[in-house]
Design a protein around this ligand. Structure first.
Ligand SMILES: [Cu+2]
Length: 171
C-alpha cells in the first residue's frame, strides 16, 4: 500500500513537473541533467539519491534509482539558471501534494529540501506566493543557497516562517 501511494505521488509530481516546471531541461543530455540535479545537495546525499530527469519526449523519468530515500530533480522553475532540488521521502510527499493541488500536505513528519544552487520566487507588494508569478508587476527574485523544511504544520501556529523574508535570513 505504501509503495502504491509513493508511486501515485511520484506520478502526479512527474506530470506536474513535466507540464509546469522542467521545460528548461528538455533536450539536455541525461548525464548533464543528472549532474545538475545532484548539485542541489552535498555529494554524500545526492550520489545515492533517486534522480528524475526530463526524457527526450519531455516526460519526467527516473534516470537513477536511489538507495538513501532522497530524490533530486534538475530544476523546478525553468528559469535562466536551473534551481535543482533534493528532498527526502517526506519532502517528496510534500512537493507532490503541492503540485497536485491538495489543500494541505499529507506528510506526517517534516521533510528536508536542499537547494544549494538557490531558487526563484516572485514577489508582489511584499508578498510571495506561487500565484504572483503570472501577475503583472510581479518581480522575479533569485534566492541564495538554502534548505527548506517542508512541514505538515501551520506557520501561524508554529511561528516558523512561510515563504517570506525574515530578519534571520530565512524565507
Ligand atoms: Cu527552495
Amino acid at each position: 500500500m505504501n509503495r502504491l501511494l509513493t508511486l501515485a505521488f511520484t506520478l502526479v509530481f512527474a506530470i506536474g513537473f513535466a507540464e509546469l516546471s522542467m521545460a528548461g531541461m528538455k533536450g539536455k543530455p541525461q548525464g548533464e541533467q543528472i549532474n545538475i540535479a545532484r548539485s542541489a545537495a552535498p555529494s554524500r546525499i545526492s550520489r545515492d539519491a533517486t534522480i528524475m530527469v526530463v526524457g527526450e519526449d519531455g516526460k519526467v523519468v527516473e534516470a537513477k534509482k536511489g538507495t538513501n530515500g532522497f530524490t533530486c530533480v534538475p530544476e523546478i522553475e525553468a528559469q535562466e539558471e536551473p534551481d535543482p532540488i533534493c528532498v527526502d521521502a517526506a519532502g517528496w510527499q510534500w512537493l507532490s501534494d503541492a503540485m497536485s493541488g491538495r489543500p494541505k500536505p499529507t506528510n506526517t513528519v517534516p521533510g528536508i529540501a536542499y537547494m544549494a544552487k538557490g531558487g526563484w520566487h516572485w514577489e508582489k507588494d511584499g508578498k510571495i506566493t506561487p500565484a504572483t508569478k503570472n501577475e503583472p508587476g510581479a518581480q522575479k527574485v533569485k534566492e541564495p543557497a538554502h534548505w527548506m523544511v517542508l512541514g505538515p504544520f501551520d506557520s501561524k501556529m508554529s511561528g516558523l516562517p512561510s515563504m517570506h523574508h525574515s530578519k534571520f535570513g530565512t524565507y
